[in-house]
Design a protein around this ligand. Structure first.
Ligand code: CO8
Length: 260
């Protein structure tokens, strides 16, 4: 456990709750990604832990996704290190042996949506002001192929194509309609519903559920693993281009201006 992420494991139930606590918006900076990887490794190896719930301690925001400052005004070396850590976050969660449930208690754009998509089950607060989706194209960047594959598996090809091209952020009710989340509950019930849902997933023997999960996810994982370095190089080349830096700068300025 560390500052950006808190982990509470209940050894009697086998459920760990990972609470994102990096105000103002739980953006995924290097520290966040490092904390995440270390926490996941510990839990994965802990025989007392069978399930993981992800949630946020920041009001109204689950996670704003990748920290844009990690991609802005930095060189290719930094991009390489950063992108490897982003890949690792997705990979560790997507390939986890634990039952993973996203308790989405606030807005969840881009990298926030990644956390939800790579979990086994998604519960969101029933608040139409909270949005979720992959809005990368709006930021002037592109979702990586492995995240696209993950979304195709969840939504189907047609819906994913529309969602990605239009950089759609869906309100919680719309996200439920298209299957981007599995269940909506009142905000104060998000965590307790996640715990109840966990009990249902725990009623299946771990070994058979785990083999089933890896069978369902194997193709996407294999493709990711064999293209991982290429993906890192592509990202480093892409994100350091002048034109991309310019759109990131514009997007950042818009985010800041919104407040004033
Ligand atoms: N990175 C860095 N800073 C951020 C980010 C972010 N992702 N999001 C918000 N901030 C900053 C804001 O600029 C603001 O800073 P300041 O206080 O200095 O003005 C502060 O955090 C608070 O933000 P808001 O005032 O906007 O907070 P709200 O509660 O009103 O809104 C939201 C919260 C809805 C989360 C809103 O902040 C938002 O929409 N953020 C942007 C989300 C976004 O577009 N993220 C995309 C990141 S890219 C990504 O994750 C995918 C990468 C795939 C890349 C592939 C490349 C090839």
């Amino acid at each position: 456990t560390s500052s950006k992420i808190r982990v509470d494991l209940d050894s009697s139930t086998g459920v760990a709750v990972m609470t994102l606590q990096g105000p103002p918006v739980n953006s995924m900076c290097m520290d966040f990604l490092t904390d995440f990887a270390i926490s996941m490794e510990k839990l994965e190896l802990d025989k007392n832990c069978r399930g993981l719930i992800l949630t946020s301690a920041v009001p109204k925001v689950f996670s704003a996704g990748l920290d844009i400052m990690e991609m802005y005004g930095k060189g290719p070396e930094h991009a390489t290190v950063f992108w490897r850590a982003v890949q690792e976050m997705w990979f560790k969660l997507y390939s986890s042996n634990m039952v993973t449930i996203a308790a989405v208690n606030g807005s969840s754009p881009a990298g926030g949506c990644l956390l939800a998509l790579s979990s086994d089950y998604r519960i969101m607060a029933d608040n139409p002001r909270y949005v979720i989706g992959l809005n990368e194209a709006q930021v002037g960047i592109v979702a990586p192929f492995w995240l696209k594959d993950n979304m195709v598996q969840t939504l189907g090809h047609r819906q994913t194509e529309k969602s990605l091209q239009l950089a759609q952020l869906y309100s919680a009710p719309d996200a439920l309609k298209i299957g981007l989340v599995d269940k909506l509950v009142p905000e104060e019930k998000v965590l307790s519903t996640a715990t109840e849902t966990m009990a249902k997933w725990f009623s299946i023997p771990d070994h058979s559920r785990q083999i089933t999960k890896s069978m369902m996810r194997k193709q996407t994982i294999d493709k990711f693993l064999s293209n991982r370095e290429t993906d890192i190089n592509n990202f480093a080349n892409f994100v350091t281009k002048d034109s991309i830096q310019k759109s990131l700068g514009t997007y950042l300025a818009k985010l800041k201006k919104k407040k004033a």
